[in-house]
Design a protein around this ligand. Structure first.
Ligand code: MD6
Ligand code: FE
Length: 220
């Protein structure tokens, strides 16, 4: 099957990957990144040597159960003064590590496969979930240009993604995300509420007792 609006790529030859529409401009590309899993996990480890994973505090004073780090020109932060992007990692006092070429290629290819051409991410937020970690319902709205999509890659242990509507109280759909799945969303879906259910116990051959999620954004 071929369509003008959503061109297929070599990663979507029938049988190797499938796409699930989650909204008018939101798509789950199942297993899109699976073949690159080992290199992606290695690259996360290298970035974490420069800017380690840490548990940040929300503006309301809660310690996040998810540990995070960033790569890119800017990184996403939260502390008592709010959410924001900054070029400096507050833990090291230095720039965040650069987005590895492998990451950037994946982000651009996935965005293109989802119908978003010319995606130029300047930020990559890397989340690490241990069993029990969760992410409460939120919108991603600290970026300047909501016309740019978000590309989100899941590695390691599976999770239940909570996919809501435009209002916090809207009903949420439970979307299982497994190793190598990539979600892309933008346009009218860009500000939908979403979160991640408590991670279940498990052991993954590549990541052990963790799930990693990295999201590419155009922040500035
Ligand atoms: C996660 N992801 O999957 C959390 N936000 O671990 C997000 O919060 C997220 O996956 C915006 C776009 C894609 C995402
Ligand atoms: Fe988010």
């Amino acid at each position: 099957m071929h369509s003008e609006a959503l061109p297929l790529t070599s990663h979507e030859i029938p049988g190797s990957a499938s796409r699930v529409a989650l909204g008018p401009r939101a798509v789950l590309l199942r297993a899109f990144a699976r073949d690159r899993g080992p290199e992606l996990v290695t690259a996360i480890g290298a970035a974490a040597e420069i800017s380690p994973f840490r548990h940040m505090v929300t503006p309301g004073g809660w310690r996040m159960s998810v540990a995070l780090t960033n790569c890119g020109y800017v990184g996403w932060l939260t502390d008592r003064s709010g959410y924001r992007y900054d070029t400096i990692d507050p833990m090291t006092g230095r720039a965040w590590p650069a987005i590895p070429r492998l990451f950037a290629d994946l982000a651009v290819e996935a965005a293109e496969a989802a119908g978003f051409s010319a995606f130029h991410p300047d930020a990559c937020l890397v989340n690490r979930y241990a069993p029990g970690a969760r992410l409460s319902l939120h919108q991603d709205r600290n970026e300047r240009d909501f016309d740019q999509p978000i590309v989100s890659v899941s590695l390691g242990l599976p999770a239940i993604f909570l996919w809501g509507g435009m209002k916090r109280a809207d009903k949420t759909q439970r979307v299982p995300l497994t190793h190598g799945d990539v979600m892309v969303w933008g346009g009218p879906d860009r500000l939908r509420f979403h979160g991640v259910h408590h991670l279940a116990d498990g052991k993954h051959p590549l990541t052990g007792a963790y799930r990693f999620n990295f999201t590419f954004r155009r922040a500035l």
